[in-house]
Design a protein around this ligand. Structure first.
Ligand SMILES: [Zn+2]
Length: 398
């Protein structure tokens, strides 16, 4: 299947915008939508009817009368687990079933061995999505839906986040750092052979960006989200939309070069890349190199929380490196908010030195009103972003 970028409906009053106004509570009636969009009541009504016929909007009860007949209230149907989402990480995957408003209905975390390869890993996770969606249907229908084996019948689509570069037009993975056996794998085609709903694939940083933006700052047009975990990347929101660039690699800061002496070698073949200095994997490698017996990122974070001198110094260095690259991004792009998420976002020394470097290196005009914060949406931010990818796609197709 084609993974098309949902057609632009940046024009005021496009179906996605109408739906978003209702989902966020900005509009509860056709009259509200007409006022917000500037469209005529008849045009709004036409679009609303189309969205209702697709099951993307519903009418509930009656709103407040301003004289005359009380207007029917519009709402996004909630409660049904109709969107599947997979946020794949290096060691774990978060899998969820969400409703059309992007609310998590069911979710769970599964351990994953990425080196088992795409067929095994994705096969397992797709089955889990079916179970979660089927489980919800079983709960709401007394078990009948799950029993007939058609658990995916209610599904509108599945959004998948991959911890590596994804060519957006094809859904193919291109040269991932830590995913042996996944290079060139066509995730979309593999999934299309197993489920009969649209599957949208993107990288995990983009999903985090979309999830965090829709959850915390839908009103802001320009935002940058850094995902700092085992790897490091970012997602960019420009004019309210996820900005992917020509191929889908926009925001991939992992191989930008930072000042580091000595410059550690990177998986890409260069040296001194941000990922080789500031990612969770880099911190594990650096600490081991200093003779500290640490096996994973959890161990590194524990050492930093305990105030270990070597681990804290490395975290500060990592924060400076992230701040250096981020300063270039902020000067260039002038966002309203920069937010950091991922497991390293809770690492205070890293955050403090990132923030200091950012203020030191940025133009005053760029930082005057810049919000610098943590991504607050928690462990479901990725699957929330994945669900919004699907919802946008479904609405655009409708
Ligand atoms: Zn590199």
């Amino acid at each position: 299947m084609t993974i098309d970028d949902a057609p632009r409906d940046a024009l005021r009053g496009g179906p996605r915008e109408l739906l978003r106004w209702v989902a966020t509570g900005a509009a509860v009636s056709r009259a509200d939508l007409s006022r917000l969009s500037g469209l005529s009541p008849s045009t709004v009504s036409q679009r609303v009817e189309a969205l209702i016929s697709q099951g993307l909007l519903e009418e509930t009860g009656a709103g407040r009368s301003r004289g005359g007949r009380r207007p029917r209230q519009l709402a996004v149907p909630t409660g049904g687990a109709v969107v599947g989402a997979i946020d794949l990480g290096a060691h774990h995957a978060r899998v969820g079933a969400l409703d059309l408003s992007g609310r998590v209905v069911q979710a769970r975390t599964l351990p994953v061995r990425i080196e088992d390869g795409p067929e095994v890993v994705l096969g397992t996770l797709l089955a889990e999505v079916a179970t979660l969606v089927g489980g919800d249907r079983a709960a709401s229908t007394g078990g009948a839906a799950a029993a007939d084996g058609s658990a995916t019948g209610a599904l509108r689509g599945i959004g998948i986040g991959i911890p590596g570069p994804v060519q957006h037009a094809t859904g193919r993975i291109v040269s991932p750092s830590r995913m042996p056996g996944w290079n060139g794998f066509d995730v979309a085609a593999f999934c299309a052979g197993r489920v009969d709903v649209p599957v949208i694939v993107d990288n995990d940083a983009n999903l985090m960006a979309l999830g965090a933006h829709r959850t915390a700052h839908p009103e802001l047009d320009h935002a940058v989200y850094i995902k700092a975990g085992t790897g490091i990347g970012s997602g960019v929101i420009s004019s309210g939309r996820l900005h992917r660039g020509a191929q889908g690699s926009a925001g991939d800061i992992s191989h930008c070069r930072v000042v580091a002496d000595p410059a550690p070698p990177c998986t890409c073949g260069n040296a001194g890349c941000l990922e080789a200095v500031a990612s969770g994997a880099a911190l594990v490698t650096a600490l081991r190199g200093q003779g500290v017996p640490v096996s994973d990122l959890t161990g590194v974070i524990r050492l930093i929380d305990d105030g270990d001198r070597q681990a804290t110094a490395l975290a500060r260095q990592a924060g400076r490196a992230v701040g250096e690259i981020l300063a270039v991004v902020v000067n260039f792009f002038n966002p309203q908010v920069v937010a950091i998420g991922g497991r390293l976002a809770d690492c205070e020394p890293l955050l403090a030195s990132m923030r200091a470097t950012l203020y030191e290196r940025c133009l005053p005009l760029a930082t005057q009103t810049l919000l610098i914060e943590r991504v607050a949406a928690g462990q479901d931010v990725g699957i929330t972003g994945a669900a919004h990818l699907v919802i946008d796609h479904v609405v655009a197709a409708a």
